[in-house]
Design a binder for this molecule. Structure first.
Ligand code: TXA
Ligand code: MG
Length: 383
């Protein structure tokens, strides 16, 4: 179906929650939120909205047609389950867990990190209304309570748990601005709520506390260290899954490069190099030698903690590299990462070199996304 995609502003500062009750002081923001909630309640069309992590593409998790339309608009493989989003713990219990309790293992994490970028797996109760298209027939469902006022207000107004993956076309970098969503999904969805830039910039952390020991399935906005610190006894043994949950697309087509979070440009990740630019220079020599026909193609370096921007500009000048700053902490890198990959794509760069960061605290999620976006990883510690 073709849509004339509307982009509507909602001011997050005009939204407040008094207890679980919602107040929206700006009339224009309120009418846009009401419009979005009406679409979700009365049709099966998906609506894009900001969360504190990335923009999401939402539809009622209780409506199979709505969930199928999400997969269709973003071209997502139908065997990758979606995260459900609720506006309060009360709504979670009322709509999704009518006769069951939240497993106690999660209570300290919920207390500490909700609302926020933490997703937990819960057992799908018997007689559930959750559409099997959301869970892909798994015995568990993933759920989070987002901290972004616009996301929470939309879910509260519609009183629907929303299934919502990131609002990008599958394989593209996740969207952290309404403009990114528009670029990917224009004509495919009726409405995008614009609440400004996302603060976290990478997706939520996904944890499974139902298995023993508990597993971190996807690193994200809450660090593994903080989960171990605040989760209580059981979480001290947290195991970090190797890579993300199996991507069935890859399993079905072995040998194909695992593509995720990818701009059109080729991305090369440099890790454990310290301030040493020699590995970058060596890579560029080879690249230029092998791509003589591509003279004039644009090359960017995203420098972070150790590569000095001025020094890099000087040393890499012979290779015609434009140097940009990705941020001075892993948190800043998370916030800027997807937006920078998209910007360099729009500016027609064909090669993006990125300086990595230690895989501790917020660095783990950054390196997970960067590794997936990269065609090559060059490790300065294995020379
Ligand atoms: O920050 C976020 O989580 C964003 C925003 C929009 O909230 N959403 C997001 O959704 O990243 P998505 O669909 O792109 O990622 C869902 C992740 C995938 O890694 C999926 O495999 C996993 O959650 N997942 C969902 N349900 C699961 C389940 N029952 N068991 C294991 N993994 C599950
Ligand atoms: Mg995604």
């Amino acid at each position: 179906m073709a849509f004339h995609t509307q982009v509507r502003n909602v001011d997050p500062a005009s939204i407040s929650f008094q207890g679980d009750s919602l107040v929206i002081s700006n009339p224009e923001s309120k009418s846009h939120l009401v419009q979005a909630a009406e679409i979700l309640k009365t049709s099966a069309d998906p609506v894009a909205f900001p969360t504190e992590t990335v923009y999401g593409l939402g539809g009622s998790a209780l409506n199979t047609e709505a969930v199928k339309n999400i997969y269709k608009s973003k071209n997502r493989p139908a065997d990758n389950p979606l995260i459900l989003h609720v506006s309060s713990v009360d709504q979670l219990k009322r709509k999704l867990l009518p006769n069951t309790d939240i497993p106690p293992v999660y209570l300290p994490l919920i207390k500490k990190f909700w609302p926020g970028p933490l997703t937990i797996l819960l057992p799908v109760p018997g007689n559930t209304e959750i559409s099997p298209a959301t869970t892909v027939g798994q015995p568990t469902f993933a759920v989070r309570l987002p901290a972004h006022p616009v996301a929470r207000a939309l879910i509260a107004l519609s009183d629907l748990p929303l299934a919502a993956p990131s609002a990008n076309t599958s394989t593209r970098p996740s969207p952290t601005l309404a403009r990114h969503v528009y670029k990917d999904l224009q004509g495919k969805i009726p409405l995008i709520l614009d609440g400004g830039p996302c603060d976290v910039g990478v997706e939520s952390t996904v944890v499974d506390g139902l298995s023993n020991p508990p597993v971190l399935l996807r690193p994200g906005g809450v660090s593994a260290e903080d989960i171990m610190k605040y989760g209580g006894e059981a979480w001290r043994n947290l195991v970090i899954a190797k890579g993300e949950i199996k991507d069935n697309e890859v399993a079905k087509t072995p040998g194909m490069k695992y593509k995720h979070y990818s701009p059109t440009a080729m991305v090369v990740l440099f890790k454990n190099c310290g301030a040493d630019l020699v590995p970058v220079e060596n890579y560029l020599k080879g690249y230029i030698e092998n791509n003589k026909s591509a003279t004039g193609s644009k090359i960017a370096l995203l420098a972070s903690l150790n590569f000095d921007p001025d020094q890099s500009k000087k040393i890499l000048a012979p290779y015609n590299v434009d140097v940009f700053d990705l941020g001075n902490s892993a948190k800043e890198m998370s916030r800027n990462l997807f937006a920078e990959l998209r910007r360099l794509d729009e500016e027609d760069y064909s090669l993006i070199l990125v300086e990595g960061v230690d895989e501790t605290n917020d660095g783990l999620a950054v390196m997970n996304r960067l590794t997936k976006a990269s065609s090559h990883v060059i490790d300065g510690s294995t020379k």
